[in-house]
Write a protein that binds this ligand. Structure first.
Ligand SMILES: Nc1ncnc2c1ncn2[C@@H]1O[C@H](COP(=O)(O)OP(=O)(O)O)[C@@H](O)[C@H]1O
Ligand SMILES: [Mg+2]
Length: 461
């Protein structure tokens, strides 16, 4: 009688140590990484030549009459067509027959036209009070994969579709935001690094004035710092494929800032390292030039994140409705507390001895935001999280949608996807989840601006 075939043992049994040792190479030294990197670069170029690389520049798609009237300008399609016919100088869109397609530049022009000529009770242009600074929104959480970059990118795009002028700053050296925005970054001089360096160099220069006046020798500025002193915002800000989104990009070299900043701080204990980004935005007039600044941060509470948090008016903390993400977000709040409390303590004890006013960090609003939400599986947990965070949390939960990250190699935002490629329901639902996140964040932004305006008016009285 035939024996039933014997099931072989699982592969992790019977491994012979001696044979295993022979498969090993010599121990790896750091130099080996350089070799691996060099090979990868060669391989990358090879693949690029064979057409595997994304074709470089991104282009923004066009928007149809349906989309414009449904999502972008509050007019009825028939009226929209009539107005275009009556005004041949306005962008007329492209395409034969019924469907006309417009670039976002066209949409922005049309919106301005309707705002000037249309019914005055309709909101054609989003509100931004005059004379009040841009709002800075940081999206942060020290856990990776929680939806920081997706949230930040979609907020930037929603705001741009609304007609706001947006500056996006990618502070994550992995550069995901930069690739979503189609940015090209060659080295650290095209990232936020020179902004940090300039802020420090200016601090040293100010210090040197005091030293020279006191008859002390000035502190030297090295080559990097000297170069940074002459650095202007426009050298580091790049245009994107969105007409009203600009970018300060990131790439791996930006990580160098995490090593350099503490060294500078050691050299000059009085340098407020957390102020570099906000100081730069203010001195370069960026808070006047843009309506919103959106900061995407790395999954760590390093110096770049601290700068983002300290520059932020509004802090958004994305998390998934899972035990682990809730737990780690709780610890993130704890770290925020200890980090900023210790900065305040250290700074204020120094300030007290010099008779200077004390500093206190302050945010207009802070919101935890549930991302990648699956109502079928996560409602109970999300409700518990909501109960604990209370008004520290947005009420809307950003849903999981197949439309994010499905574009394969190319990272795209939902707003960049052509709705004709999807089932209409999938599109409407997918889009709605980000529209509603924007609506809630926009409400916070407008509320904060309004409050600023009241304060400014009071100041004037
Ligand atoms: N609403 C969503 N629906 C589906 N997938 C999402 C959604 N938001 C984010 N993702 C996916 O989750 C992953 C992590 O998101 P990402 O924004 O890169 O997180 P982080 O910046 O915090 O690391 C990405 O693959 C992204 O495409
Ligand atoms: Mg990210």
């Amino acid at each position: 009688m035939a024996q039933p075939p014997k099931t072989p043992p699982p592969p992790y049994f019977n491994i012979d140590p001696e044979t295993a040792s022979k498969k090993l190479t010599d121990p790896i030294s750091t130099a080996r990484f350089a070799k691996a990197a060099a090979f990868a670069t060669k391989g990358r170029d090879d693949l690029a030549k064979r057409g595997y690389a994304p074709d470089g520049r991104k282009r923004l798609r066009r928007f149809s009459t349906w989309e414009i009237c449904r999502y972008l300008i509050p007019v009825a399609p028939a009226h929209f067509r009539r107005v275009l016919k009556q005004n041949p100088d306005l962008p007329q869109g492209e395409g034969d027959g019924g469907a006309k397609w417009f670039s976002l530049e066209d949409v922005l022009k049309l919106r301005d036209f309707f705002a000037a000529e249309g019914v005055s009770t309709r909101e054609y242009r989003p509100w931004r009070p005059e004379g009040i600074d841009a709002k800075v929104i940081a999206v942060a959480n020290f856990k990776g994969g929680v939806g920081k970059t997706s949230t930040a990118a979609h907020l930037a795009m929603s705001a741009a579709l609304d007609g706001y002028r947006v500056l996006v700053v990618d502070l994550d050296s992995q550069g995901s935001m930069t690739s979503i925005m189609g940015g090209q970054v060659d080295d650290e001089w095209q990232t936020a690094f020179p902004l940090m360096a300039k802020h420090y160099a200016q601090h040293v220069e100010a210090e040197n004035k005091v030293r020279v006046a006191a008859g002390q020798p000035p502190l030297p500025l090295d080559e990097t710092l000297t170069e940074a002193l002459g650095f202007a915002a426009k050298q580091v800000i790049q245009k994107t494929h969105w007409p009203n989104i600009d970018l300060i990009g990131a790439q791996l070299n930006l990580y160098w800032a995490e090593f350099q900043v503490p060294v500078w701080r050691m050299q000059q204990r009085s340098w407020p390292l957390w102020d570099a980004l906000s100081g730069f935005m203010e001195s370069e007039g960026l808070l006047k030039e843009y309506d919103l600044v959106i900061l995407d941060t790395p999954p760590a509470l390093g110096y770049l994140t601290i700068n983002a948090l300290s520059a932020a008016d509004i802090l958004l903390i994305p998390l998934g409705a899972s035990f682990l993400e809730f737990d780690s977000t709780g610890r993130f709040f704890d770290m925020l507390y200890s980090t900023f409390a210790s900065i305040e303590d250290g700074e204020n004890s120094m300030r007290r001895t010099h008779g200077l006013p004390e500093i206190r960090f302050e945010w207009d609003a802070v919101r935890a935001l549930i991302t990648r939400f699956d109502a079928g599986q996560q409602t109970d947990l999300a409700n518990v999280i909501q109960a604990y965070f209370g008004d520290f949390m947005t009420t809307y939960r950003q849903e999981m949608t197949a439309m994010v990250g499905q574009a394969g190699e190319q990272v795209n935002g939902i707003y960049e996807a052509d709705y004709r490629e999807f089932n209409r329901d999938t599109y409407v639902r997918g889009r709605e989840t980000f529209d509603r996140t924007w609506a809630e964040v926009k409400e916070i932004i407008l509320g904060c601006w309004w409050r600023d305006l009241q304060m400014a008016d009071k100041g004037d009285e």
